[in-house]
Every structure is written in structure tokens, then in C-alpha cells.
Ligand binder design. Structure first.
Ligand code: 5RP
Length: 244
């Protein structure tokens, strides 16, 4: 029996991202919101696109806080006012992408290596909402995002962290390399990323696994976001939006 490769329409996926982003903005970015967190990834430009349609009279009184270099550039090029989370430690709302979201709104993030600043902005926000295309909607984490949990580590400690990850269930964890294997990926904070796959039994209890990972010396932040989200929006190819 021959297996046909699945043809995924890129246009369809882009449309799904846009649907999710627009729907989340319409429901969660209210005119009275003044301090707004902007996440990272390829779905977030559609968040900014939708915010711009709320009009310059609303947006001129707002401050936008980025989760990294990419969203900083996005805010600047949209001619919105850029702020810093140390200046504005309480955000009205943050909207961010996700690599996979489970039935309980726990998620894997950090596919773009931004999870430290993303988590700071998620925690700082009164409302934190995720936006993604339908491929990220899952029951159990690790079912769809198979690369493993992105873990930001201090460069000096990465070998020790890999050894520890091996001993707690992730023998295939590896340092994320830059394109063309030119060297390790370096985050906006000057750290390395380890991608650590874990067996399903451990992924079914993400909060427990998160606690265990954060106790490893040299780990700066873990791309598991547990019990933080108010909602997740997934755009579907048929034009509908699934909200969890
Ligand atoms: C970056 C992230 C992104 O939000 C995540 O990778 C989703 O990106 P995209 O919208 O391109 O699928 O966590 O660190």
C-alpha cells in the first residue's frame, strides 16, 4: 500500500493563523487596555495587524511590550509605542503564539527560542491568551510537537543539564543548533536551548515535569506553560475558530 504525502496548503495555514489572531484580539484586547504584551512567532504579526484596525486614536494611548527581538521589531515597524516590562510590570493583556496546547490549556512554547521573555510577559499579564493554527491543538503535549520541550540553559552548564535530563527520562535531549549547524542557537538573553523529548506518561503531567525541570541547576526557563492561559484560539482551515 502506498502512502500519499499530505499536501498542506500554506495559504490555508496562514489564513488559520490570521483567524485565530483576529478572533483573540476582538475578544481580549479591549479599548480600555493600555499596556499590551506582544508575543513571538509567525502568528503574532496577525495580532498586531488586527490591533492596528482598532484605530490610531485608541493605539496612541497604549504601550506595547515585546517578548523578544522579533516582536520588538514588529511593534516598531507598526509605529506603536514600545515599552519594557521592567517599566510596566503589570500588563492588561498579552497575546502570544504556541507550539502545542493540551486539553487543559497547558502549552509547549519556545519553538522560536523566546520562552523566557514570553513567560515573564505571560506572568505579568492580567489576561494571557494563546493564538495558533489548528495543527497546535492537542490533547496531550508532545503528541504534535515532537522536538521536545525547549529549555533555556546557561551555556556554561549545558553538558551537566543534558546529563541530568538523561537521568530523569529524556536520553535524546539535545542542544538546538543554528541553521547549517554553524553553532548552537543563542537566545535573546545569551543562553542556549536544549530540546528535551519526554515519554507520554511524563507529558501527561506537565506541571509536575515543569517543577522537576526548573530544579535543575543551569536551567533558566522551561518552555512548559502550565495553568497560565485564560484561553487559546485555533484557526481552522474551514474558516472557523476553535476556542479552548
Ligand atoms: C517562540 C514561541 C512561539 O510563540 C511559538 O513557536 C509559535 O510560533 P508560530 O506562531 O510561528 O507557530 O514560543 O519562542
Amino acid at each position: 500500500m502506498s502512502v500519499q504525502p499530505q499536501v498542506v496548503s500554506l495559504e490555508g495555514i496562514e489564513k488559520s493563523k490570521q483567524l485565530a489572531a483576529w478572533s483573540a484580539v476582538d475578544n481580549h484586547v479591549l479599548p480600555e487596555h493600555k499596556i499590551i504584551g506582544i508575543g513571538s512567532g509567525s502568528t503574532v504579526p496577525y495580532v498586531v495587524e488586527r490591533i492596528l484596525t482598532q484605530g490610531s486614536s485608541v493605539n496612541k494611548d497604549r504601550i506595547f511590550i515585546p517578548t523578544g527581538f522579533q516582536s520588538r521589531q514588529l511593534i516598531i515597524s507598526a509605529q506603536l509605542t514600545l515599552g519594557d516590562v521592567s517599566q510596566y510590570p503589570v500588563l492588561d493583556v498579552t497575546i502570544d503564539g504556541a507550539d502545542e496546547v493540551d486539553h487543559d490549556l497547558n502549552s509547549i512554547k519556545g519553538g522560536g527560542a523566546c520562552q523566557l521573555q514570553e513567560k515573564v510577559l505571560a506572568e505579568a499579564a492580567k489576561t494571557w491568551v494563546m493564538v495558533a493554527d489548528y495543527r497546535k491543538n492537542s490533547e496531550v503535549l508532545g503528541t504534535k510537537w515532537k522536538q521536545g520541550i525547549p529549555i533555556e540553559v546557561v551555556p556554561f552548564a549545558y553538558v551537566g543539564v543534558l546529563r541530568r535530563l538523561d537521568s530523569i527520562g529524556s536520553p535524546t535531549a539535545g542542544l538546538r543548533m543554528a541553521k547549517m549547524k554553524a553553532g548552537p542557537v543563542v537566545t535573546d538573553n545569551g543562553n542556549f536551548i536544549i530540546d528535551a523529548p519526554f515519554p507520554e506518561a511524563q507529558m501527561k503531567e506537565p506541571a509536575k515535569l515543569l517543577t522537576e525541570l526548573k530544579l535543575i541547576t543551569g536551567v533558566v526557563e522551561v518552555g512548559l506553560f502550565c495553568n497560565m492561559a485564560k484561553a487559546a484560539y485555533f484557526g481552522n482551515e474551514d474558516g472557523s475558530v476553535t476556542v479552548k
